[in-house]
Design a protein around this ligand. Structure first.
Ligand SMILES: [Zn+2]
Length: 308
């Protein structure tokens, strides 16, 4: 990380520089962890709020995992030292009230097996072991809806089997992108949010508005639009549906719009943007009008027909 930051301390007393160097270069695993946990909790909250809105479902546990092998080899010693990650995948976040929470799973628990399948067996089948966390999330999502998911967990060196009553929620996964500027985007089943967006969202009401828009495209089943008119209609719908998804998940959408208001003030390149979205000012106005027209949304929100 930040050569510039370290260099800017060169003129300061040596002790200060040393501390700054240590802090700047070693704290990122903790920042990254808090971002993963925050996004995992947001994913569960928005999906739970939309329960009943989607036909395509996947099982949700409400826990977020991290795995040492996902980090660059050169970073692994530091990550292990800073976060305590060991050889097994570790639960780093559990959404309060989620199936994992109700089953007694807590941050710090290590995952040893999903059903009869041990982590070693899962790894042996993988071409890229660094992608283990995603693979485990897939496995958890694909578990049968008819019976509890049996997990073997280890805490303080003691293994135990935990039955997690997962719930079927809109099939999606929220992914953190550590590069890529100020951006949020999605495809048919994933919502990608950059670290920069997470940092810019001052609270979860704001994050829910941004993530809610991308999630709305998934809930609505949006795909590539045939023409610009259709694209704009999809974007308008995602703005309104996103606001309702955020509200159904318990967030304050009116204050969440502050993110867009700040963005609008700073967005000096707004006139150069593509025509697929309304300009930021008009988007904010559309969402504000909707909040005034529909003070409390039906939950789960209905997907409105496209106005084209
Ligand atoms: Zn969109």
């Amino acid at each position: 990380m930040p050569t510039l930051l370290v260099l800017s301390f060169l003129l300061a007393p040596i002790q200060v520089r040393a501390d700054a160097e240590v802090n700047a270069e070693t704290s990122w695993p903790l920042v990254l962890r808090s971002e993963l946990v925050r996004l995992g909790a947001m994913e569960f909250a928005l999906r739970k709020g939309a329960q009943g809105a989607c036909t395509k479902l996947s099982q949700a546990s409400g826990m977020t995992l991290d795995y040492l092998g996902a980090y660059n080899r050169g970073d692994q010693d530091l990550v292990a030292r800073m976060t305590g990650l060991g050889a097994l995948p570790v639960v780093i976040g559990v959404a309060v009230g989620s199936p994992a929470y109700e089953a007694g799973i807590r941050p710090g628990d290590e995952l040893e097996a999903i059903g009869p399948k041990t982590i070693g067996q899962v790894l042996a089948e993988m071409e890229h072991p660094s992608l283990l966390s995603g693979r485990l999330e897939d496995l958890l999502a694909q578990q049968s809806a008819d019976r509890p998911t049996e997990l073997s967990m280890r805490r303080d060196g003691i293994s135990r089997v935990v039955n997690v009553h997962q719930i079927g929620l809109c099939a999606t996964r929220f992914v953190l992108k550590t590069g890529g500027g100020m951006n949020a985007y999605g495809d048919s089943d994933r919502v990608a949010i950059t670290s920069k967006i997470l940092k810019s969202a001052q609270d979860d009401n704001e994050l829910a508005i941004i993530a809610g828009h991308e999630f709305a495209h998934i809930v609505a089943g949006d795909s590539r639009a045939r023409n610009l008119k259709l694209r704009r209609a999809m974007e308008d719908r995602a703005d309104l549906l996103g606001v309702d998804l955020a509200r159904c998940a318990g967030f304050d959408a009116a204050s969440g719009l502050d993110w867009w208001r700040r963005y609008n003030r700073k967005d000096w390149k707004r006139w150069l943007r593509g025509p697929s979205h309304r300009n930021t000012h008009d988007r904010i106005e559309l969402m504000e009008e909707h909040l005034a027209d529909v003070p409390s949304p039906h939950c789960p929100p209905q997907v409105p027909a496209l106005e084209v």
